[in-house]
Write a new protein. Structure first.
Lengths: 243, 218
């Protein structure tokens, strides 16, 4: 019986991810091209927002993936703390910069959309502010990885930071709701609504969302491979010196 | 553990620097604010709660890297780790010592600085209460951050990058409590939320700090 823990073996992980990577990357490319081209050129303009509404095809998927990247880091950190699988820790390390870039994309596209629509680039709205805070959390997490030399200590300490940071990130999210009334509209997509938005916008959005998901997966697989190779290289160099 | 607390307090008082320095920083910070925003008392009164909370927070932050750094450098930390005192207890004691030498003086000094910034009379009680309930959380979070970065040379800047985002909820509720209190509105809810964050931090973070210390002492 195969279990997911097999991939804790770096060799197994490398083989499987090498096989998966072209497919995932290809799916990401197809979904992104189809979703974005469909969204940008073949959907009608919104009657109030005009063509600016089309930024939603980048903004919403990037924002969703930015939060889910942190969630993935939380899970992989937990796995590292509990079962001490190196691949897991390296996957968390690999996901952080990707998540941070998605956060920046969400913030930037939001600002570009907000300027004509709200008349301001930035507003201290709970949603906007929590994304800024998320960005800071990513920064701190990556800085801690960089600052510690011993890779195992670095993995341990960043995992602890990720766990504690997650708790505080959730508290911050609700603290911000308490702090200021929002300008941002409610969630565009929720699982518990019958229909979120009109179907013409909905289909390309879902495809773009899948595209961002696959893109994230492909980048994380690729970066984890790089991390594993870097780790092996380090071991080889150390061996050379010994021998 | 009480001996440890006494030792930390003695060191803070006798070695100088640690005890009064953050207080002096708080004073200077508050004094600089009117130069930055202008001396209009109306403006100062509106921003006073936020400035006082920010000043207290930054003063706390400045003294964080002292918590473990000296003990780490001269090997005291290794000795304590091998003693029967659990590291969780050590982290809690360190946080308590930090609060007694930094947080408590800030609470005492804050009303005087509130006068400087023309804080409305209704706000003083809430200022003291929110700082009294909120600064222990700052010390506990800071101890965790100090434990994370103790093995890093020149970790001071990294420490602030890690700790400041964690300070955010405390700052929001603390400042909000004073703002509402000063405006004569209902301020009990944010005060209770500050207390909740403090209790939660005190319950969880000594364990996280001890875990980080164990990794660093390996």
């Amino acid at each position: 019986m195969n279990s997911i823990w097999e991939y804790a073996n770096p060799r197994k992980f490398m083989a499987t991810s090498a096989f998966l990577l072209p497919w995932v990357a290809g799916l990401a490319a197809i979904c992104l091209v189809v979703g974005l081209v469909w969204g940008f050129f073949f959907t009608p303009d919104d009657f109030r927002q005009g063509s600016t509404v089309k930024i939603i095809y980048i903004h919403v998927p990037a924002a969703i993936m930015a939060v889910n990247a942190w969630l993935m880091m939380l899970v992989t950190s937990l796995i590292w703390v509990i079962r001490r699988h190196h691949v897991s820790a390296l996957a968390a390390k690999a996901a952080a910069p990707v998540g941070m870039v998605f956060t920046v994309i969400a913030l930037a596209t939001g600002a570009i959309w907000g300027q004509p629509m709200w008349g301001t680039w930035w507003e201290w709205d709970p949603r906007l502010t929590s994304f800024l805070i998320l960005f800071l959390f990513y920064l701190g997490y990556m800085a801690l990885w960089e600052a510690i030399e011993n890779p195992d200590s670095a993995a341990d300490l960043t995992s602890v930071l990720c766990l504690v940071g997650s708790v505080f990130a959730v508290i911050s999210r609700y603290a911000l709701l308490f702090w200021n009334q929002g300008l941002h509209q409610g969630a565009t997509l929720s699982l518990d609504k019958e229909q979120n938005i009109a179907n013409v916008f909905w289909y390309p959005l879902v495809i773009a969302l899948c595209g961002f998901g696959f893109l994230f997966l492909a980048l994380v697989l690729y970066r984890t491979q790089t991390e594993i190779r870097a780790r092996r290289l380090k071991a080889l160099i150390a061996q050379e010196r010994m021998g | 553990m009480i001996a440890l607390l006494k030792r930390d307090l003695m060191l803070a008082i006798r070695a100088g620097g640690g005890f009064g320095l953050s207080l002096a920083f708080f004073l200077i910070f508050t004094t600089l604010v009117p130069f930055g925003v202008g001396p209009q008392t109306g403006v100062l009164a509106t921003i006073a709660p936020g400035i006082l909370w920010l000043g207290a927070l930054l003063a706390c932050l400045l003294s964080l890297d002292r918590i473990f750094q000296l003990d780490w450098e001269d090997g005291t930390l290794d000795l304590i780790a091998t003693s029967p005192v659990p590291l969780e207890g050590l982290a809690a004691i360190k946080a308590l010592a930090h609060w007694l030498t930094t947080g408590l003086p800030l609470v005492v000094a804050a009303p005087a600085l509130g006068l400087l910034l023309n804080l409305p009379a209704a706000g003083y009680l809430w200022l003291i209460a929110s700082l009294l309930l909120g600064t222990p959380a700052l010390s506990a979070i800071g101890t965790f951050g100090a434990a994370l970065t103790v093995g890093i040379k020149r970790g001071g800047l990294l420490l602030s990058l890690l700790v400041l985002p964690l300070y955010m909820p405390t700052l929001i509720f603390g400042a909000l409590c004073v703002v509402r209190g000063a405006a004569g509105q209902e301020a009990l809810t944010p005060l209770l939320l500050v207390a909740g964050i403090t209790l939660g931090s005190l319950a969880i973070l000594p364990f996280a700090a001890a875990a980080a210390l164990r990794v660093n002492l390996r």
